[in-house]
Design a protein around this ligand. Structure first.
Ligand code: ZN
Ligand code: ZN
Length: 336
C-alpha cells in the first residue's frame, strides 16, 4: 500500500510499504480522510520535542486525525465491526496500569500514539491498524470531512469544557488556528460570547467571531490559550476575571512562564489539556446533530503525493487552516 514516510528533516515521500496485518484485538481501517496539523509539520521540520527525547524517531509515519472503514479484523474482534465507519483515539494506553484503569489511559507512561509516539504508524496511508478499544463509530451524518475533524474537535471540546462557559459567559481564545477556531465554535454552540485574539484574524472574522489583535478591555469569564506564543499563557492569567477559568492547550517552542501568585490571588482555576481522548464522543455528537459544523475549516483535500509541500507551506491567515488528505487520490502520481 502507499504511505507517506518521513525519513529525516524536510525529507518525506510516498513509499510502497507492506499493508498492515491486524494483531489480536485490532482492526484494519481503510483511511477515507486524514488531516495534518502543527504536530505533523514539526515532525517534518524536525522541531517536534518527541524527536529530541526519544519518544519518536525517523523514519516516521504521521497522521492522527482520521476516519475510515473497517476492512479486516484481528483475533478476538467481533464481526460486527466489519464495514463500520469509524474514527479513533490517538492515545493507546497499555490498558493495565493504574492510570489506564482509572480513566487516564491517554496519560499512560507506556502509551503508543497513532502517528506520533513509539513508532505506531499513522493515517497518511491507505490502511491503518487500530486497537478496537480506541474506536468510535461514526454516524452517517458525520462524513469523511467531519470524521477527520473529530480528533482536533475532541481537543477543542475538552478545552471548552474546562473553561466552563455557557450562555451569559464571555470567553477569550488566544490563537485562531484549528484548535482555537473549533473551541470558538463549540463555545458559541453553548451560548457563550466568544472573542478571538490573533496577529491576523481574517478567516476567523469571516466565520462571524469577534476578532482582535489586542485584548479588548472587557471582563472575560474564561480564557483558552490555543496559541504557540510563549508570552500568552501569562497574559491569559492576567486578563481573566477573578474567579475565572484559564485553559492551556497550546504549546510554545520555549517555556511559558506564569506568575502563580496571580493564580492564587485571583482564585483562578487553571487546566492543562492533552489529547482529544475524553472529547471524541462529544465532538461526534455535536457534529452529527449539526450543533457545530467545522467543514468550513478545511482549505483543501489533497492526495498523499502533495503532503510534503503542504507540511512546509505557511498558512495564509485569511484562508481556512486545515488541510485534508484523501489517500485514495493518486491524481498526481498517475500523471507523472
Ligand atoms: Zn494534531
Ligand atoms: Zn497504562
Amino acid at each position: 500500500m502507499r504511505a507517506f514516510v518521513i525519513t529525516g528533516p524536510f525529507q518525506g515521500e510516498v513509499v510502497d510499504v507492506e499493508p498492515p496485518v491486524p494483531g489480536p484485538g485490532e482492526v484494519i481501517v481503510r483511511v477515507e480522510r486524514a488531516g495534518i496539523c502543527g504536530t505533523d509539520a514539526e515532525f517534518f521540520t524536525g522541531e517536534m520535542a518527541y524527536l529530541h527525547d526519544g519518544q519518536a524517531r525517523y523514519p516516521l509515519r504521521i497522521g492522527h486525525e482520521w476516519c475510515g472503514v473497517v476492512t479486516a479484523l484481528g483475533a478476538g474482534v467481533s464481526r460486527e465491526w466489519l464495514g463500520r465507519r469509524v474514527t479513533g483515539d490517538t492515545m493507546l494506553g497499555c490498558q493495565t496500569c493504574h492510570r489506564c484503569l482509572s480513566g487516564r489511559q491517554h496519560l499512560c507512561a507506556d502509551r503508543f500514539e497513532i502517528g506520533i509516539r513509539y513508532g505506531r504508524p499513522g493515517a497518511l496511508a491507505e490502511f491503518l491498524p487500530v486497537p478496537v478499544f480506541a474506536l468510535h463509530v461514526l454516524p452517517d451524518e458525520v462524513g469523511p470531512t467531519l470524521g477527520a475533524l473529530v480528533e482536533p474537535g475532541g481537543n477543542a471540546l475538552r478545552a471548552v469544557r474546562a473553561a466552563q462557559v455557557g450562555a451569559g459567559d464571555r470567553l477569550l481564545i488566544l490563537g485562531p488556528g484549528t484548535i482555537g477556531l473549533l473551541a470558538a465554535m463549540f463555545a458559541a454552540a453553548e451560548g457563550a460570547e466568544v472573542h478571538l485574539l490573533g496577529l491576523s484574524t481574517g478567516f476567523a472574522r469571516s466565520l462571524g467571531f469577534a476578532c482582535h489583535t489586542e485584548v479588548p478591555d472587557l471582563p472575560f469569564d474564561a480564557v483558552i490559550d490555543a496559541s504557540n506564543a510563549a508570552r500568552l499563557p501569562a497574559l491569559a492569567v492576567e486578563r481573566v476575571e477573578p474567579g475565572g477559568r484559564v485553559v492551556f492547550i497550546g504549546l510554545a517552542g520555549e517555556p511559558s512562564l506564569v506568575d502563580t501568585r496571580v493564580i492564587a490571588l485571583k482564585d483562578l482555576r487553571v487546566t492543562g489539556v492533552l489529547s482529544a481522548s475524553g472529547g471524541l464522543a462529544g465532538a461526534i455528537e455535536r457534529y452529527a446533530s449539526g450543533a457545530v459544523d467545522p467543514a468550513p475549516l478545511v482549505a483543501a483535500t489533497i492526495g498523499l503525493d502533495d503532503v510534503a509541500g503542504a507540511l512546509t507551506a505557511g498558512r495564509d491567515p485569511d484562508q481556512p487552516p486545515k488541510i485534508h488528505i484523501d489517500p485514495s487520490d493518486q491524481t498526481d502520481w498517475e500523471s507523472t
